[in-house]
Ligand binder design. Structure first.
Ligand code: C2E
Ligand code: CA
Ligand code: CA
Ligand code: CA
Length: 278
């Protein structure tokens, strides 16, 4: 055994098994979580940069794990993406977000909701039909739903993605390019695609007031959005100065901790009520 350990083989094997087992558990647990409804949503408000009026919320997935507690999406979304679970997860999230949107609408609040769409969904031609069914089931106008997609999802299979995105546009849902400017960008697709919104990644936004490079990127991206007739949305706005700078740069919508953290549905209702009263 010592000899094997010296060669590194035994140690390597053990680690591989351990990782493999832990990984399998995570995949199985996530599948159960989706089936049993252990996933739930927090909602983060967005506001018009010039007036501060709330103009929608982004639904963000949370997982209440029976023993590990609250698991962050940065941990379980990649697991879902890699193991064929992102489509059921995305359907689940859209369904839950639309149910919430409907209950707000019944209470007299028309709140547009944005949902993050996993990359693999854009490679499946059934996806627009699935979204159509969900919208119909909840009896909502399609324009209240915005789907946030990432550039990498488009670029990995552009032909298929264009077809799926066209199907989604025809339903009347809004399309947003999330984390714009990060990863492998090829902005040429903006010519051929009818998207409505560009989301500037918080990695450029949060420090734009103290970092000249970030500020230059944000200004360039807002100009790009304007030239393509897209609404520019900045995420990761953590202070008043950044909000002001974004409004001056011509950015349309702000989102971030300065306005509010993502909140459970009940709390967002109270939060919206407080703001409306103020
Ligand atoms: P994202 O779509 O870019 O979402 C924004 C993330 O930034 C959220 O983290 C949000 O809580 C956080 N955030 C918001 N405002 C601020 C701020 O002012 N400062 C800072 N530092 N952070 C801020 P969260 O909820 O942990 O989500 C992380 C990522 O997980 C999301 O990034 C998205 O890519 C993914 N994700 C979340 N929910 C879903 C989902 O339902 N489906 C899919 N496919 N992906 C999801
Ligand atoms: Ca997003
Ligand atoms: Ca984002
Ligand atoms: Ca992000």
């Amino acid at each position: 055994a010592a000899k094997r350990e010296k060669s590194g083989v035994a140690v390597y094997d053990a680690r591989l098994h351990e990782r493999g087992a832990a990984h399998l558990t995570a995949v199985t647990e996530l599948r159960h979580a989706i089936d049993r409804g252990e996933l739930f949503l927090h909602y983060q408000p967005k506001a018009l940069a010039d007036t501060g009026a709330v103009c929608g919320v982004e639904a963000l997935a949370r997982w209440q794990h029976p023993t590990r507690g609250l698991v962050r999406p940065d941990e379980f979304i990649p697991v879902a993406e890699e193991n064929g679970l992102i489509e059921p997860l995305t359907r689940y999230v859209i369904d839950a977000a639309l149910r919430q949107c409907r209950s707000w609408s019944d209470a007299g609040w028309e709140v547009p909701v944005s949902v993050n769409v996993g990359a693999a969904c854009l490679h499946h031609t059934e996806f627009p039909g699935d979204v159509a069914d969900l919208i119909k089931r909840h009896g909502l106008p399609a324009r209240l739903l915005t789907l946030e997609i990432t550039e990498s999802a488009i670029i990995s299979d552009p032909d298929r993605a264009v077809e799926v995105l066209r199907g989604l546009t025809e339903l009347g849902v809004r399309l947003s390019i999330d984390d714009f400017g990060t990863g492998y960008s090829s902005i040429s697709y903006l010519r051929s695609m009818r998207v409505h919104e560009m989301k500037l990644d918080r990695s450029f936004v949060t420090h734009m007031c103290t970092d000249a490079g970030d500020s230059a990127i944000v200004h360039a991206l807002v100009a790009l959005a304007r030239n393509f007739g897209l609404q520019a949305v900045a995420e990761g706005v953590e202070d008043q100065d950044t909000w002001t700078a974004l409004a001056e740069a011509g950015c349309d919508v702000v989102q971030g901790y300065f306005l509010s953290e993502p909140l459970p549905a009940e709390e967002i209702v109270a939060w919206l009520g407080d703001r409306a009263a103020a």
